[in-house]
Design a protein around this ligand. Structure first.
Ligand SMILES: [Fe+2]
Length: 231
């Protein structure tokens, strides 16, 4: 039996065929302007906490990871940042069965990371939460655009990556767009925050700057409100 010749190219597709993109993964990025005062306050409170508490180790490889109660010790700046995160998350979330009153409230959890040269975070997700976020108090780059400084936030393609093992160099052809990749790297920037679905696997590449990277992470869990307390 002769083998069927299969080629992967545009010639075989009818000109009328179109592809719909289904099941998008939202990754929300925003930049806070005039955040110097807030960043100074956050840096001060984090530095103080780090001098008093040895921190914990979860996904961090090196560096200092605070406890997850930063909303208790982070002061007004931490509250303001959390409110901004929640307001943004609200803009990108809809309860498809809500009527006149909200049925959920966000339960936030916040912690700080201080990363010296060489620190990184292994791949992980945040089961049970809805949105996860990171805010960069100080990207640690000192104004340099040198890509060798590393420290990128990495997102991993959640669409059944095991299938790729059979043909790792094939990608979906998307007209007008570059081929997608197994991972997407985002370079941090001071004053920037990124919000993403908590199930999306992510990691942080080793930071190779000379200073310290200071970032804040937030998890938002959707807490169902009792019907009588909805407001
Ligand atoms: Fe994380």
């Amino acid at each position: 039996m002769a083998a069927t010749k299969v080629t992967f190219g545009a010639k075989q597709a009818r000109a009328t065929a179109q592809a719909a993109s289904l099941f998008d993964t939202p990754v929300i990025v925003d930049q806070l302007h005039d955040a110097e005062e807030m960043n100074a306050a956050l840096k001060a409170v984090i530095t103080k906490r780090m001098s008093q508490d040895e921190g914990i180790t979860i996904s961090n490889v090196g560096g200092w990871h605070s406890d997850t109660r930063m909303l208790e010790w982070g002061g007004e700046a931490a509250f303001a940042l959390c409110e901004k995160m929640i307001a943004t998350a609200d803009r990108f979330t809809v309860d498809i069965k809500a009527k006149d009153q909200p049925r959920y409230k966000w339960l936030p959890e916040m912690w700080a990371n201080v990363s010296p040269p060489g620190a990184s975070n292994g791949q992980h997700s945040h089961p049970g939460c809805f949105w996860s976020a990171v805010y960069y108090v100080d990207d640690g780059y000192g104004g340099s655009a040198d890509p060798n400084l590393g420290g990128e936030l990495v997102f991993f393609d959640p669409r059944m990556p095991m299938i790729r093992m059979n043909a790792p160099d094939l990608r979906f052809r998307r007209p007008g767009q570059p081929p997608d990749h197994d991972e997407n790297r985002m370079r941090p920037a001071t004053g920037r925050f990124v919000i993403f679905p908590s199930w999306l696997n992510h990691a942080v590449r080793p930071y190779n700057g000379k200073g310290r990277r200071i970032s804040i992470a937030v998890n938002l869990t959707a807490y169902p409100l009792p019907a009588a307390n909805r407001s």
